[in-house]
Each structure stands twice: as structure tokens, then as C-alpha cells.
Design a protein around this ligand. Structure first.
Ligand code: HEM
Length: 388
């Protein structure tokens, strides 16, 4: 029997496919299978040549946790930490409690949990890796629009923890941070969300807090795998915290909002017509002879004919408690994956730095770059290729 949930069918049988989810409704062994816990019981595979959490269809909740290594962490200590984390992550993502889990019941709901581990500069140095050999920049170059704060920037290690349930995310974050305690301390945590599972049809592009359909023009993971992954299965992750000034955005009318991006707010379709996934016509002119997609529009500035300059955007909304009398503290945890940060992401960010009307309402306040090692094959630890 199958359960129709918000347009998405979840197959009840254990191990059955979940359309659009790429997951299996596996779950804790021996537990009864009920249709209404199918979202909680769904799992994403952990072992493989590439880490999960990149090509995985984005889950509803996420936490990004950056850690700073203790001064005495050498290669041997990093190996020990990766051995612990690899075992923890394998268990958690399959709905089993890790060895040191003091709240084991919380592990029983994997909800498509993925944990993606990344190395910052100090972790690579501790591993004895020459940065040039992984072709990976320690940080993005500075941009004029940046107002970066230390409390959202940098980090020696990162955990990207995503699941379709926020309690699952919180439990995994706490367990992994606890198990790392003698090696590293938490530097920053950024929590993010998309719509809950079942509230929109599976595969719907997310909306950000400016109300825009956000994530339409992403590379196709099957045909553009070489843009995301290196041959060995490694990639890089950039995490930029971008604040939105929604109070001044409120002052703009709908027409102005659509012109700032170059796409319609209702459907996400290009202003030049069609539906969401139709091509934007950058040459099209209006009755006054002006281009329909303005020179300053975000999509015109971000888009490129050079197909080698594309990358995967897999960000999340954030909405934190405001301070200082502000109404909101909202924005995007803007996350990208690409084989080569300097060749793919930096030229685009540079163009947006020079001109992008969205910059009027958005401000980058955090930035970090991580090397994401290949996935752990059977019997391997995360980071095996540099630590093994
Ligand atoms: C497209 C919003 C920051 C790169 C878009 C679209 C929206 C959007 C609504 C159109 C739909 C889509 O294709 O996803 C935002 C917001 C941002 C932000 C609200 C900040 C808060 C950035 C940054 C970069 C970027 C920092 C790169 C460094 C792109 C790219 C596209 C895009 C490459 C696709 C362009 C195309 O090929 O049509 N963004 N964006 N965006 N954005 Fe952003």
C-alpha cells in the first residue's frame, strides 16, 4: 500500500522506493512499518565514493556546524576523530544509536539524515596535506559587499547535518559535537530550513524568505557531475551567511521585486515568459527598446555562457531572533558545492559584487570554505584518502 502525502507517494514496504526522495523506507530493524512514519523511517545511504548530502535531494532541516581543532590535534588524533565520526554517522543515518548515545531513542527516526564532513585549512595541515594538492582555497577573496563577522566565518572542520526532521538534526549535531569534545570545539552553528515534507509536491524548488523561487537554474547532477565532483569523489563546500533586509525589501513594489531578480514571484518563470524551467531570454526587449531582464538583474549578473562557471546551490533559509529593535533577522545560509571554487564560484561572486540590484537588500555576513573528502567506502574512514 502507498500513502499519498502532499502529492508525494511514500511506499510502505521496507526498502521500497520513495519517488523523488532517492531514499528507502528502511528504518530501525524489527520496528513495525506504518504508513504514517514513512518520512521518519526513510534513510539515505552513507557508504560510497561520494559523501551524501550533496546530490541528495535537500531535506527540510539543516544545521551547519564549524569546529576549531584543539592545538594538540595531529594526524593521529584526526584519524581517531574520523574513526569515531564515521562510525557515529553510519549508525545515525541508518536509524541506529551510536555507542555513546545518551538519548538513544532519538536515533530511531533517521528521516533521510545525511552528515557531510568538510576540512578547513587547519585540518588539512594536521593531516599533512599541501593545500595546493587538493586545489582548494583557504577562503574566498574579499568582496566589496562583504561585512563578514568572525562568529559566522572560517572553521577547521565542518559538519553539514540535514534531515527531514529538526529533532533528528539536533540530536545528530549534539552527539557528533560531544564525541569531538577532546579534539575540537564548536566555533559556530547555523541552522536552516526549507518547507516541511508533505507541504508541497516533492521536487518543488524551494522559496526563500524574500518569497522568491530559489534554486531553479542549478546544474543537472547526472549530466554535470564533473562540475560538482572531482574524479576521486571529493568536492568543496562554500558556506556564506547572507542577511536579508526584509524591512527595506518591504518598501519595494511587486514589479520592482521581480525586476531585481529577472523572474516572476508567483511561478519563478523568467520575466521573458514561459514556465519556471524555461530559458531566460536576455536579449528580449520591451516596447521602449529596453531589455526585459534589466542589466542589474540578479539572474543576468549570475548567469554565464561559460558552462564551466556553474555550481550547485543547496542553501537553506534562516530566521533568527532579531536584536536592537529590528523586526527580523532573516536570510540565507547560501551553500554551494563545486569541483573547483576558484574556477567556478569566484568569477560569479565577483560579477555579483560589481553589480547586482539584490545587493541593496542582501549582505554577506559570514563566509567559509571547506574541502569535502570523498565518501567512505566499506571499512574506510571519512578522509581516508588523506589520512589512510
Ligand atoms: C539565481 C536569489 C545570492 C548565484 C537566483 C534566483 C533567485 C536568487 C531568486 C532565480 C532562481 C534560480 O535560478 O534559483 C538569491 C538570493 C541571494 C542570492 C536571495 C542572497 C540572499 C547568490 C549568490 C550567488 C548566486 C551569492 C553566487 C555567488 C546564483 C546563480 C543563479 C541564481 C548562479 C542562477 C542564474 C541562472 O543561470 O539563471 N538567485 N541569490 N546567488 N543565483 Fe542567486
Amino acid at each position: 500500500a502507498a500513502l499519498a502525502l502532499g502529492g508525494r507517494e511514500l511506499v510502505e514496504a521496507a526498502g521500497g522506493p520513495v519517488p523523488g526522495g532517492g531514499a528507502t523506507a528502511g528504518g530501525a530493524p524489527g520496528a513495525p512499518t506504518a504508513p504514517d512514519d514513512a518520512v521518519g523511517r526513510a534513510t539515505e545511504g552513507f557508504r560510497g565514493t561520494r559523501q551524501a548530502g550533496v546530490a541528495t535531494p535537500p531535506q527540510a532541516s539543516a544545521a551547519f556546524v564549524a569546529l576549531d581543532l584543539a592545538g594538540d590535534v595531529d594526524r593521529a588524533a584526526l584519524v581517531r576523530l574520523m574513526r569515531i565520526w564515521t562510525d557515529d554517522i553510519e549508525r545515525l543515518t541508518s536509524g541506529r544509536a551510536p555507542l555513546a548515545d545518551t538519548e538513544a531513542e532519538l536515533a530511531a527516526v533517521p528521516a533521510r539524515l545525511t552528515v557531510t564532513v568538510g576540512f578547513g585549512p587547519a585540518a588539512l595541515a594536521a593531516a599533512g596535506v599541501d593545500e595546493a594538492s587538493v586545489s582548494w582555497p583557504a577562503a574566498l577573496p574579499p568582496f566589496g559587499i562583504d561585512r563578514l563577522e568572525d562568529r559566522w566565518s572560517g572553521g577547521d572542520l565542518v559538519l553539514q547535518v540535514c534531515a527531514d526532521d529538526p529533532l533528528t538534526v539536533a540530536h545528530a549535531v549534539r552527539l557528533l559535537a560531544k564525541d569531538a569534545r577532546s579534539f575540537a570545539e564548536v566555533r559556530w552553528v547555523q541552522r536552516g530550513f526549507r518547507r516541511a515534507v508533505g507541504t508541497t509536491p516533492s521536487g518543488t524548488t524551494m522559496r526563500n524568505l524574500m518569497g522568491q523561487v530559489d534554486g531553479t537554474a542549478n546544474p543537472h547532477l547526472d549530466v554535470d557531475a564533473n562540475l560538482i565532483w572531482r574524479e576521486d569523489g571529493s568536492t568543496s563546500m562554500v558556506v556564506r551567511r547572507i542577511a536579508m533586509n526584509l524591512d527595506t525589501w518591504d518598501e519595494l513594489d511587486r514589479d520592482g521585486r521581480e525586476k531585481a531578480v529577472g523572474r516572476r514571484l508567483d511561478t519563478g518563470a523568467p520575466l521573458t515568459g514561459g514556465t519556471e524551467h524555461d530559458e531566460v531570454d536576455l536579449e528580449a526587449e520591451d516596447e521602449h527598446g529596453l531589455t526585459v531582464v534589466a542589466p542589474f538583474a540578479h539572474v543576468r549578473r549570475a548567469r554565464t555562457d561559460d558552462r564551466a562557471q556553474r555550481f550547485l546551490r543547496r542553501g537553506y533559509n534562516y530566521d533568527d531572533a532579531p536584536s536592537g529593535g529590528a523586526v527580523s533577522d532573516s536570510g540565507l545560509v547560501f551553500v554551494t558545492f563545486q569541483a573547483d571554487v576558484e574556477a567556478q564560484l569566484v568569477p560569479v561572486q565577483r560579477r555579483l559584487d560589481e553589480l547586482d540590484l539584490l545587493n541593496e537588500w542582501t549582505t554577506p555576513v559570514g563566509s567559509a570554505v571547506f574541502w569535502v573528502p570523498p565518501g567512505a567506502g566499506s571499512g574506510e574512514i571519512l578522509g581516508q584518502s588523506v589520512l589512510g
